[in-house]
Design a protein around this ligand. Structure first.
Ligand SMILES: NC(=O)c1ccc[n+]([C@@H]2O[C@H](COP(=O)([O-])OP(=O)(O)OC[C@H]3O[C@@H](n4cnc5c(N)ncnc54)[C@H](O)[C@@H]3O)[C@@H](O)[C@H]2O)c1
Length: 262
């Protein structure tokens, strides 16, 4: 973070789902470094608790809660915890997600439902139930939903994933319009990464029959010739979370090295 402005979200309370790994972990670290109190949530308690501890050890403020984003009860209990601890919420990052490959012919109904439960219903529940706490912030709250370039353009081998991420894109705009028209002062935007160097992509590469060739195909899919880094994506999320983006709502930031410009 050398050379970057500090304190861009000083004093804000941020809840980040899927924070034990990849983009969610980097977002939690960058937000804590920029002055927010972060609540990391994830299914993976061991990695999530360790991540929160590391942030605290380096001078930030972080807490971890176990949280399955597909569970309505888990959302209510995480938000109750945030309310007891802080009495408000300023930033919600709906980041938790799962990937699976498969064309329309290969994808089973069970796979379709499982991926939509996390990638689509998770953000739905988050937006729906966090609004009351976000409304307690008198200067305006921010929701950032992590979609994907696969929510904008199609990929033949990602039928369920594309559908789940496209759903997040338009959910975002609907929430943004609702909040703006109600005068809640809550913004809602989506971020659309292309292939990013995280365990999710590692798993896709490892499971491919020719991992090396597949990895270089993913790299060269972007005109900039590389995968995104978690910091590339976390920086866009940070911007949307900050007051610098106070007139930005219902919009989408594509972070893809030019992939969707072709
Ligand atoms: N890595 C990429 O190339 C890429 C590209 C575009 C979009 N995305 C999106 O970015 C987000 C983060 O992905 P990542 O690459 O960092 O993946 P990752 O696998 O590194 O991290 C995802 C995290 O989500 C958690 N998670 C999964 N299911 C959950 C559930 N039901 N409840 C709570 N937590 C759950 C996992 O335990 C994990 O810690 C996802 O929404 C993903 O779809 C990733």
């Amino acid at each position: 973070m050398s050379g970057a402005a500090a304190g861009r979200i000083e004093g804000k309370i941020a809840l980040i789902t899927g924070a034990a790994s990849g983009i969610g972990l980097a977002t939690s670290q960058i937000m804590a470094a920029q002055g927010a109190s972060v609540i990391l949530t994830d299914l993976n308690t061991e990695s999530g608790a360790r991540a929160a501890q590391t942030i605290n050890d380096s001078g930030g403020t972080a807490t971890f809660r176990n949280h399955d984003v597909t569970s309505e009860n888990d959302w209510l209990s995480v938000l109750e915890f945030v309310e007891k601890m802080h009495d408000r919420l300023d930033i919600l990052v709906n980041n938790a997600g799962v990937g699976t490959t498969g064309s329309i012919e290969e994808t089973t109904l069970q796979q379709w439902r499982a991926i939509h439960a996390v990638n689509s219903e998770g953000p739905f529940l988050g937006c729906k139930y966090a609004l009351d706490l976000l409304k307690k912030n008198k200067t305006g709250g921010s929701i950032i939903n992590v979609s994907s370039v696969a929510g904008i353009i199609g990929a033949s081998n990602l039928a369920a994933y594309c559908s789940s991420k496209a759903s997040v894109r338009l959910l975002t705009k609907s929430v943004a319009l609702h909040c703006a028209r109600k005068g809640y002062g809550i913004r809602c935007n989506s971020v659309h990464p292309s292939y990013t160097d995280t365990p999710m992509v590692d798993e896709m590469v490892d499971n491919h029959r020719t991992p090396d060739r597949y990895k270089s195909a993913l790299e060269s899919a972007s005109p900039m010739g590389r995968l995104g880094t978690v910091e590339d994506i976390a920086s866009a999320i940070l911007y949307l979370a900050s007051d610098e983006a106070k007139f930005t709502t219902g919009s989408e930031i594509v972070v893809d090295g030019g992939l969707t410009a072709t």
